[in-house]
Ligand binder design. Structure first.
Ligand code: SAH
Length: 399
């Protein structure tokens, strides 16, 4: 079925960013005299045009959002509709099949896969779908039909409870769209089997984005005492022990997450080498320091401290504090693996904060390597925010 595309006219020169590969239109870029935003419904399919009326492509609008439209298809012959979603899904699937041997991965990563507003995580034949924009929500039936056509899911969970939906005026909900959604999933990762809650878990239930980074653990952790701060179900800590660490302590303020750490440690045969610490990470680090505990490797993988631009300053301060506290329990010449998933935080700023924190406690930081989100979360070089995960592998030597 073809859609009605309302015209959305840009002001002079405002098409340049889109032509350079970007997909977002901000409300101040629209020529509202020609195409008033107030005439558009949230989620309305649109044809985005330059100032002279030439089509740049099709996508969808939301007059109530600062990002008032997103470009989806640049191809005039194949505008944004159900068949276009099928096409992008196939393109996305072929990448993952190339990258990974097993059907466990992020199948669709929004803007990075040309489907703004849509995230799909795959756990074999169970899928967790996250929709973050009114335009994609309006195409929900097409998304489900496309999944059915391309991958034939056994079960689909709609994990539509992310706070960003509020910016688009969407309600928050979690529900099964197809089949019987299991309470838990078990994800294979480098020979480990890691269990996580699905509907009751965080985000889509699993953090595939750190998989490629955890592959780097072995070189840092041989014989080490490891501290995994913000551990969730123990991805870093358990993998560290399996990769050669002597022991790991996992810190999280969620009792459910730590129950899973315990079970995962047991199921993977490392229970006696994995310890748990429930509580606020800042408090836990303070307590560990006071008890003069030291760790050879500290991993800090917090939730986004900068969720909105206006939190930038306080968020940066948070990264500074958590890294400083991590350095204070790091043994001499120990490794600090520090992560940030805030898309508003540039990598250089994270490094600066780590470096400043190190100097403050009379250590010198050696930056050894950088990590990114795993390859099933493609980045769009025109949209810096799509490089959201920063991982800095470093060593802190005495000054
Ligand atoms: N490292 C994990 C992902 C971490 S997600 C992985 O690789 O899979 C962030 C985790 O931080 C969540 O499990 C959440 O429960 C926990 N968390 C959030 N705020 C916290 C706080 N103030 N103190 C301790 N844990 C916290």
């Amino acid at each position: 079925m073809s859609l009605e595309y309302a015209p959305l006219r840009l002001k002079k020169n405002e098409e340049r960013r889109l032509r350079a590969g970007h997909l977002w239109v901000f409300s101040n870029e629209v020529d509202v005299a020609v195409t008033p935003l107030t005439a558009l419904a949230p989620g309305q399919p649109v044809e985005i045009q330059d100032a002279r009326g030439r089509a740049l492509g099709t996508g969808y609008a939301n007059p109530n959002s600062l990002i008032c439209a997103r470009l989806v298809s640049r191809d005039a012959k194949h505008p944004f509709d159900g068949s276009y979603i099928v096409h992008r899904l196939k393109v996305a699937l072929s990448l993952r099949e190339r990258l990974y041997g097993e059907p466990y991965y992020r199948l669709v990563h929004g803007e990075g896969d040309g489907l703004p507003g849509l995230v799909v995580d795959r756990f074999d034949d169970v899928y967790a779908v996250q929709i973050t924009t009114a335009g994609m929500e309006a195409r929900l039936d097409d998304v489900l039909a496309a999944l059915d056509k391309v991958v034939r899911p056994r079960a689909v969970l709609l994990r539509n409870d992310g706070a960003v939906r509020k910016l688009e005026g969407l309600e928050l909900y979690v529900r099964a769209a197809l089949g019987e959604v299991p309470d838990e999933i078990t994800v294979p990762e480098y020979g480990a089997q890691l269990r996580a809650p699905l509907a009751g878990g965080q985000k889509t239930g699993w953090y595939y984005d750190q998989r490629d980074n955890r592959a780097q653990l072995a070189r840092y952790v041989q014989g080490a005492r490891v501290l995994d701060v913000f551990s969730y179900i123990g991805g870093w800590g358990i993998q560290a022990v399996r990769a050669g660490a002597d022991s790991a302590v996992c810190v999280d303020n969620s009792a459910t997450a730590l129950d899973y750490v315990e079970r995962n440690a047991r199921d993977n045969g490392v229970a006696e080498r994995v310890g748990l610490m429930e509580g606020d990470a800042f408090e836990a680090l303070r307590a560990l320091r006071e008890e003069r505990e030291r760790f050879d490797v500290v991993i800090v993988d917090p939730p986004a401290f900068i969720k909105r631009k206006k939190d930038f300053k306080s968020g940066v301060e948070g990264y500074r504090r958590i890294n400083q506290m991590a350095l204070q329990v790091l043994s001499r010449d120990g490794f600090l693996i520090s992560c940030s998933c805030s898309h508003h935080l540039p990598r250089e700023v994270l490094v600066q904060q780590m470096h400043g924190a190190a100097r403050h406690v009379d250590r010198t930081l050696q930056v050894l390597a950088h990590g990114y989100q795993s390859a099933d979360h493609p980045m769009n070089p025109a949209i810096p925010e799509t490089e959201y995960l920063k991982v800095v592998f470093s060593r802190a030597v005495d000054a």
